[in-house]
Design a binder for this molecule. Structure first.
Ligand SMILES: *Cc1c(COP(=O)(O)O)cnc(C)c1O
Length: 420
């Protein structure tokens, strides 16, 4: 459920008409709904509360906007970060360092130091090499790094190949059959507090079975590690829950996910950690755009050219992803069209042959389910600048990220004097 609904014939974000947002902030612009973010955060928490000791860490990479992070912080979520930049953002948004988990295969020495300095809650180690380096740095600094070992369970999550992370040929985690030995070796290192295991097999998962299979493998590994005399007090089950991108599409609900986790982790006696991203933020945002013009050609579908492009919303170009596309003021008329942006790439295509609301130049429309992996993947390709973001709260709307203009970007560029 989200708060982007038609009222009096016009699409609103909560109580704010889209036309007002377009007028005040221009287009294209990402529009987030605070009420939707909060609702998703609460539904997710409620589904997991019966599990006992839980830790919720919002996957910052899905939507790192400071205002979004602040909403999550107010909901009691910590953060799952994958870079020093995300760590800085989570802290800037007011998340306690102890609630921050640092994932990622390529943490640099500097990033490890940064995490140790602020005292983050957990490092999810993705290789023995990384663990050895972290131990050395932590020991030298007189600190202790609380760690989980991320395992790769070699399971096909059944999602798009570019967002699968749990197959043995993916770069993530350590092979699960070598994990017990590694855990033992890392536990012996000064500077490390090996306290748990982590797993994350991919994103936009539409089926719980691969997750359940992965959790069963982690459970068996945990038993082996404990039998060898080592301690496991935390298991991080990652994120990955899918969201409906098409009207009518059905995805596993947080409640079904919670029930599966309860089944899979029965008797584990650990703090269960979660890293949801898309399931919280996806349907809490839309990308509002204006039709520049409709280009009609003989014998084929027209091109609806919108002022948003692949640099603003990369998912269709990157993964062939579907985003529902709706007129802000639908007339009831329909058309079949190709939806494209202005960028000089054929890949700048949001949809081909889409059956959609009839639109003309100057009309407003939205790409739905753009709150996760939307603005955060934006680039300035074609010197289009960075898209603006706003958040709605009831009848209030505020800029939460100003548009960055092309001239702001090239202000950081230099022409060396020897080119004068
Ligand atoms: C991307 C990512 C997540 C979040 O995935 P969603 O599908 O958005 O829930 C969680 N954990 C890790 C380690 C990730 O890389």
């Amino acid at each position: 459920m989200d708060h982007f609904q038609l009222k009096n014939g016009e699409l609103h974000a909560e109580d704010v008409p889209m036309s007002r947002i377009a007028e005040e902030f221009g287009t294209p612009v990402y529009v987030y709904s605070r009420a939707t973010l909060e609702r998703h955060a609460r539904v997710f928490r409620e589904a997991l509360t019966p599990l006992g000791k839980i830790h919720l860490a919002f996957a910052v990479k899905s939507n790192p906007n400071l205002a979004v992070l602040r909403v999550m912080q107010r909901e009691g979520f910590g953060a799952d970060v994958v870079s020093g930049g995300e760590l800085a953002r989570a802290l800037a948004a007011g998340m306690p360092a102890s609630d921050i988990v640092f994932s990622g295969v390529g943490k640099t020495t500097r990033e490890m130091m940064q995490g140790l300095d602020v005292g983050i809650g957990q490092f999810n180690i993705e290789s023995e090499e990384e663990g050895v380096e972290l131990a050395r740095i932590a020991d030298a600094a007189g600190r202790t790094a609380h760690c989980a070992l991320r395992v790769n369970p070699d399971i096909d999550a059944g999602t798009h190949e570019k967002i699968s992370t749990g197959k043995s040929d993916n770069k993530f985690g350590v092979p699960i059959d070598q994990a017990a030995g590694m855990y033992a070796r890392l536990s012996a290192l000064p500077g490390l507090d090996m306290r748990g295991l982590a797993v994350h097999i991919g994103s936009q998962l539409s089926d719980l079975a691969p997750l359940e299979e992965a959790f069963a493998k982690v459970g068996a590994l945990m038993a082996d590690i404990r039998a060898a005399g080592f301690t496991v007090t935390h298991v991080d089950l990652g994120g990955g829950l899918g969201v409906p991108y098409k009207a009518g599409e059905v995805m596993p609900s947080p409640a079904e996910y919670g029930a599966m986790v309860a089944r899979a982790t029965k008797g584990w006696d650990v703090t269960l950690m979660f890293e949801p991203g898309r399931v919280i933020a996806g349907n809490a945002g839309v990308l509002l755009t204006e039709v520049i013009r409709v280009k009609r050609n003989a014998n084929r579908d027209p091109f609806v050219i919108v002022d948003a492009a692949m640099n603003d919303l990369a998912r269709p170009a990157l993964y062939g992803a579907w985003h529902d596309f709706d007129a802000v003021e639908p007339t009831g008329q329909r058309m079949t069209a190709n939806i494209v942006g202005p960028i000089c790439e054929t890949g700048d295509t949001f949809a081909m042959g889409r059956e959609m609301d009839a639109l003309e130049a100057g009309d407003l429309a939205v790409f739905r389910t753009a709150g996760a992996y939307g603005a955060t993947m934006a680039s300035s390709y074609n010197s289009r600048g960075f898209v603006a973001e706003v958040m709605v709260d009831g009848d209030r709307v505020a800029s939460v990220a100003d548009r960055i203009l092309p001239e702001d970007i090239y202000a950081a560029e230099r022409v060396p004097e020897w080119l004068d």
